[in-house]
Design a protein around this ligand. Sequence first.
Ligand code: ATP
Ligand code: HSE
Length: 318
Amino acid sequence: MQTLNMAYIKRYYAPASTGNLSVGFDLLGAAFEPVSGELFGDVLDICAEQAEMTLAIVGRYVHQLPADHSDNLVLSCFYAFERKVGQALPRLALRLHKNLPVGSGLGSSACSIVVACYAFNDYFNKPLSNVELLQLMAEAEGGVSGSVHYDNVAPSYLGGLQLMLPQSEHICRRLPWFEHWRVVLSYPGTVLSTKAARAVLPTELSLSHSIEFAGMLSRFVSALYIKDEADAAAALQDLVAEQARIALLPELPQLRAALCARGILHLGISGAGPTLFALCQNDSQAEFAAHYLSRHYEKNQDATTQICRLSLSGARAL
Ligand SMILES: Nc1ncnc2c1ncn2[C@@H]1O[C@H](COP(=O)(O)OP(=O)(O)OP(=O)(O)O)[C@@H](O)[C@H]1O
Ligand SMILES: N[C@@H](CCO)C(=O)O
């Protein structure tokens, strides 16, 4: 209990992230931060070195986490980090500010994993390289969702819009982005586990479908590089997950039609959902989308809608 009010030695932050970005199932992800400057991501305080590991949890979404803190990803990341480093590390008093809702499609588990691994590596003088750290994060994320995918951990750690590069030693690469784009993230307040949302996915894609998927992702990436905003927006088509997941988010088509009728570029599923992301060309569109989604998509007191820009820096010490 004492850690709840303890001063901290170091404080770390990792931002929310949107996996898939509609067009890049498991291969594309972006980190976002509210334009208001609010910290919409988890914060981890290292409060003291001591004989045993302890974790206190505070923050808006603490009630969505298991009551038994020994199950918390922050602690499992500490032991996984210690194993990867290969030497016994001093035990810490930790405090997690759980600012992201769990099972939301905002990369909540990834965010806790990223902030924890980043914090331990920084605090213990960087024994792991960027790539080793990213692999550790992805393994931890795989343990939660049932499959190793980097599309939340990579952007939350490195910032920006990240494209995964299968079989490359680089793991992922940052893509260009339109600086004036705003993304409205709307979380309805209901929980959807990533495992459950993955269970409904098709296990195979036909040849023609695979080519269409690869083609649409290529169209999006090339449009970003040549700065063709209209073509990039037109390529935001989910040809893998949306059809299978629509039964879990039945309001999406109607909400999308209403927002796109106002010139908003796209409304898609953030990660596995239920959060939706609206891609907007400017602040006034973003304000409209935020107002509309707050009114028509939020369902309870856990809900939140945030107007965001791309998080350029990702995880960091505060
Ligand atoms: N610090 C933590 N943050 C988030 N989830 C945690 C944490 N510690 C343990 N968990 C558990 O990990 C699981 C996270 O589930 P899940 O992957 O569905 O959520 P999510 O990461 O919020 O989803 P998404 O990636 O779609 O945003 C839950 O069972 C949750 O109780
Ligand atoms: N790419 C993952 C993201 C989970 O947030 C999925 O859609 O299942």
